[in-house]
Design a protein around this ligand. Structure first.
Ligand SMILES: Cc1ncc(C[n+]2csc(CCOP(=O)(O)OP(=O)(O)O)c2C)c(N)n1
Ligand SMILES: [Mg+2]
Length: 337
């Protein structure tokens, strides 16, 4: 199957997708919420020492979660990974509940029992699962998508995973079955160039990740993952293909992890020049420049929005700190098996 590219979109192609000023500003705000939330989480771990344990930040990848999830309908079902805070916010999960989960409080998305790596699990918003076992979300998403098809439901599943996941057995089994069973599944690989400290090309034998997916006879696209409009348009095109053919579609979104693998990782294994080059392509700055060039917002308005978002994030910390932990007696009600 031929590989397609959704890079370098026409400057005003986005207008065909009902992306007017209001909508674009809402997308920007959501990206900003993720950015400020993650920066606050990093501070709570590294500066204040209030939070501890594993946590994997989404800094630098905001355009993917927001681009994909805002292009899909709210009822789309989602499966993601441990790097899930951005997906949670982009799926419309309340920031207070997300922060409370990181604090292990009963008001959290998983009643404080899941922690950072599972904080996006919230079926009420269609967020079905988040797993820390690399690649393991893919077969789960195939099963969910198969159940939608079996029930004749007009819906789809979106599954997010990293470049490291494409070298797991679960990826191969999952894609093979997804293609054979023709399930309504959007596979989104966030290729941030690293799986922990391993550079993508050190672990990948295929020409590219999208090429590997295409070898399973799945329509596959390479997308500029730092450009929200490209991600949004790619998702709209994918959604149409999925709907028309009841078939899986694969997006390889190329991006960069701004920080280390986990919050404690200083990522000293990365060449300085590489980091500097990618930071110039910060997805928020790219989008800001676009919005300013369209005359949709100015620097003062951007500053005001930023202040509002920072207050919202502070509010979520206060909410989390003031929340109780789960009552011990209630614990047994949330253990299955
Ligand atoms: C099956 C399995 N193997 C190894 C690990 C250890 N591990 C945790 S995260 C990670 C890297 C995954 O990288 P990638 O899929 O690129 O996602 P990213 O962290 O970049 O978002 C590894 C190897 C694991 N959790 N599960
Ligand atoms: Mg990666």
């Amino acid at each position: 199957m031929e590989l397609k590219m959704i890079k370098n979109i026409e400057p005003r192609e986005f207008e065909k997708y009902e992306l007017n000023r209001d909508r674009l500003l809402r997308l920007y705000r959501k990206m900003l919420e993720i950015r400020r939330f993650e920066e606050k989480v990093e501070e709570l771990f590294l500066v204040k020492g209030i939070l501890s344990g594993p946590s994997h930040l989404y800094l630098g990848q905001e355009a993917i979660a927001v681009g994909v999830l805002s292009a899909l309908k709210d009822e789309a079902l989602m499966v993601t990974t441990y790097r899930c805070h951005g997906h949670a916010l982009a799926k419309g999960i309340d920031m207070n509940l997300l922060m409370a989960e990181l604090f292990g409080k009963s008001t959290g998305t998983c009643k404080g029992l899941g922690g950072s790596m599972h904080a996006s699990i919230y079926p009420e918003k269609g967020s079905i699962y988040a797993t820390a076992i690399v690649g393991s979300g893919i077969p789960i998403a195939v099963g969910l998508a198969y159940s939608l098809k079996h029930q004749g439901k007009d819906n789809l599943v979106v599954c997010f995973f990293g470049d490291g996941a494409v070298n797991t057995g679960a990826f191969h089994e999952g894609l093979n079955l997804a293609a054979l069973w023709k399930v309504p599944l959007l596979l989104v690989c966030e290729n941030n160039l690293y799986a922990m400290g391993t550079k993508v090309e050190r672990a990948l034998s295929s020409k590219s990740i999208a090429d590997r997916a295409a070898s399973y006879n799945i329509e596959s696209f390479v997308v500029d993952g730092n450009d929200i409009l490209s991600v949004y348009i790619a998702t709209k095109k994918a959604e149409k293909l999925i709907k028309e053919g009841i078939t899986p579609v694969f997006l390889e979104c190329r991006t960069y992890r701004m920080k280390g693998h986990g919050v404690y990782d200083k990522a000293e294994y990365r060449p300085k020049g590489e980091v500097e080059e990618w930071l110039k392509r910060d997805p928020l700055i790219l989008f800001e420049e676009k919005l300013i060039s369209l005359n949709y917002i100015n620097k003062d308005e951007l500053k005001r929005m930023d202040e509002e978002v920072k207050r919202e994030v502070e509010g979520s910390v206060i909410f989390a700190m003031n929340s109780p932990i789960l009552d011990f007696e209630e614990l047994k009600n949330h253990v299955y098996g």
